[in-house]
Design a protein around this ligand. Structure first.
Ligand SMILES: C[S@@+](CC[C@H](N)C(=O)[O-])C[C@H]1O[C@@H](n2cnc3c(N)ncnc32)[C@H](O)[C@@H]1O
Length: 232
């Protein structure tokens, strides 16, 4: 395998090629379905590692974790989750866009970081709240672009997450910094008001269940990560 060096350490040509392929697919799908995709490039590794914090911290330290990732995209956050998983942990990767779901399925067979969890991961090509309630999770990591959704749609999704989370389980999700301020300038009034209602709803959930929030500047755009815990 050809190898080059970068300021951050050894970087294989193959790895760079894979990242470019992921970015190209992400961008193409974002142009087609921006409402559901919510960004034009995949998340950074820094954001992925911050979102996977509770896979590392383990809300249930004495047994394997059941994990769900909602909105797996091209697997950027999945890589952070995979790096934090321990033997016995399992993960459901849920992705509504069939092109992304097929790509992640493919990565589980070919990508050096993701093939490590191939036997513990299941890809579900569907909307997350169509997954049903006959399942239970210790950790949910959500990459869904709440800022693009109505408050009602976000509430339905948050209710679903808390229904399938075990008591004491955690939900980690993110939102981009300054979205409201940017929308105040460039968006139509109805869209600005829709997003303001969504952000009040999200803030209410953070106020009720939040245990930690952190800013991740090393992402495009920079993001807030919020960690919530379902009361035990
Ligand atoms: C902002 S992208 C994040 C992708 C990836 N996790 C990342 O960080 O690069 C949001 C992803 O959520 C998916 N998505 C949007 N709504 C969804 C839903 N209701 N259920 C499942 N996936 C959804 C989109 O197709 C898209 O891949």
């Amino acid at each position: 395998m050809a190898e080059t060096t970068s300021p951050t350490g050894p970087l294989t040509a193959l790895k760079l090629d894979e990242r470019l392929r992921d970015t190209r697919l992400f961008f193409t799908q974002a142009v087609r379905t921006f409402h559901a995709t919510g960004s034009v490039v995949p998340s950074s590794r820094a954001l992925a590692d911050t979102l996977a914090e509770f896979v590392r911290e383990r809300p249930a330290p004495d047994r394997p974790l059941r994990i769900m990732e909602a909105g797996a995209g091209t697997g950027a956050i999945t890589r952070g989750i995979a790096a934090a998983m321990r033997p016995g942990d399992t993960v459901d990767l849920v992705e509504a866009n069939p092109a992304f779901a097929a790509h992640v399925e493919d990565l589980l067979g070919t990508d050096p970081e993701l093939s490590k969890i191939a036997d513990s991961a299941t890809v579900h090509a569907m909307l997350v709240n169509d997954m049903g309630t006959d399942r239970v999770y210790d950790v949910i990591v959500s990459g869904l672009p709440f800022a693009n959704f109505t408050a009602e749609a976000v509430e339905e999704i948050l209710d679903y997450y808390f229904e399938v989370l075990r008591p004491g389980g955690t939900l980690s999700f993110y939102g981009y910094l300054y979205t409201k301020e940017v929308k105040a300038i460039i968006a139509r009034r109805e869209d600005y008001l829709r997003q303001a209602r969504t952000s009040w709803l999200v803030q209410d959930w953070i106020d009720r269940y939040g245990i930690r929030s952190e800013r991740v500047l090393a992402n495009f755009p920079p993001a807030w990560v919020h960690h919530l815990r379902k009361p035990a």
